[in-house]
Design a protein around this ligand. Structure first.
Ligand code: GDP
Length: 294
């Protein structure tokens, strides 16, 4: 993951470490390389501009340039600022003091919503919770079946009413969860190929009806800025609590991981790292930064 970006940044850092003293021009040149590497990784250009300005401001002071290891110092600043860009520390999901905690998953078709609903249920189950998966994606052929197969695999019940109205399915699932002791309800909603009014309208109605504690958007990391734009649009229409970044295992660039929080204000809460049910990680900005920067 992030191979392309990582390689370029490490080459720049190697040159920085190799120099004894650093001048302001050396820092400017190194930051120019960092800027290009980030843009090539499909990080949002405005985010890159602000990031580089912040790093530069902190790097060209006397304290850094006259330190014993100025190169190391600049690298540390880059590291810290990249962590900050992704939100600093991890963002947890809010668990309601009055069960069930209701989590609504939204996203475009193919982003990995259904898979991640099941992965999240699996993670929560391992933490001692009793999740219920709810099949509200009634339009995509085989989506209900897919959720049922995954539920079976991880031994988590799936609530479905076939092609019923999704708002009704969602609200009936809450009644079911209370009767059956499910303390987390994960609602898999419908996706479309593009964001459209009809989709948003249905999602808003489900939101208004079940009042979820968490609305999480699943976006495909490999789509870079398209993922960021989707996050922006969904956030404006629905008010997201966080993002699940799927398919990070196939992402050589890192543009979405580095831009989502800075552009939308929404933290990435989880990352999907494969097709298997245990391929879900809590998104730790510091660990991701270390993977990128080496
Ligand atoms: P949905 O339309 O948003 O519900 O998407 P699905 O959950 O059906 O996922 C679409 C495809 O992406 C499936 O083939 C999944 O196996 C695959 N997929 C989902 N998440 C990941 C991931 O984190 N890594 C990889 N490599 N594949 C994933």
């Amino acid at each position: 993951m992030f191979e392309g970006l990582s390689e370029k940044l490490q080459a720049t850092f190697k040159r920085l470490r190799g120099k004894g003293k650093l001048t302001e021009a050396d820092v400017t040149e190194a930051l120019r390389e960092v800027r290009i590497a980030l843009l090539e990784a499909d990080v949002n250009f405005k985010v890159v501009k602000e990031l580089i300005a912040r790093i530069k401001e902190r790097s060209v002071g006397q304290e850094v340039l006259e330190s014993l290891t100025p190169g190391q110092h600049v690298i540390k600043i880059v590291h810290e600022e990249i962590i900050r860009l992704m939100g600093g520390s991890e963002s947890k999901i809010s668990i309601s003091s009055k069960p069930p905690t209701i989590i609504m998953l939204v996203g475009l078709q193919g982003a990995g919503k259904t898979t991640h609903g099941a992965k999240l249920a699996n993670m929560l189950k391992k933490q001692g919770k009793h999740p219920l998966l709810v099949a509200c994606d009634i339009y995509r052929p085989a989506a209900i079946k897919q959720l049922e197969v995954l539920g079976e695999q991880i031994k988590v019940p799936v609530f479905s009413l076939g092609q019923e109205n999704p708002v009704k399915i969602a609200s009936e699932s809450l009644v079911f969860s209370r009767k059956n002791g499910n303390d987390v309800v994960i609602i898999d909603t419908a996706g479309r190929l593009h964001i459209n009014e009809e989709l948003m309208d249905e999602l808003s109605r489900i939101k208004g009806n079940v009042k979820p504690h968490e609305i999480l958007l699943v976006v495909d990391a490999m789509t870079g800025q398209d993922a960021v734009n989707a996050a922006d649009a969904f956030h404006q229409q629905l008010g997201l609590d966080g993002v699940i970044l799927s398919k990070l295992d196939g992402d050589t660039r890192g543009g979405a991981a580095l831009s989502v929080k800075a552009v939308t204000g929404c933290p990435i809460k989880f990352a999907g790292t494969g097709e298997k049910m245990d391929a879900l990680e809590v998104f730790h900005p510091d660990r991701i930064a270390s993977r990128i920067l080496g």
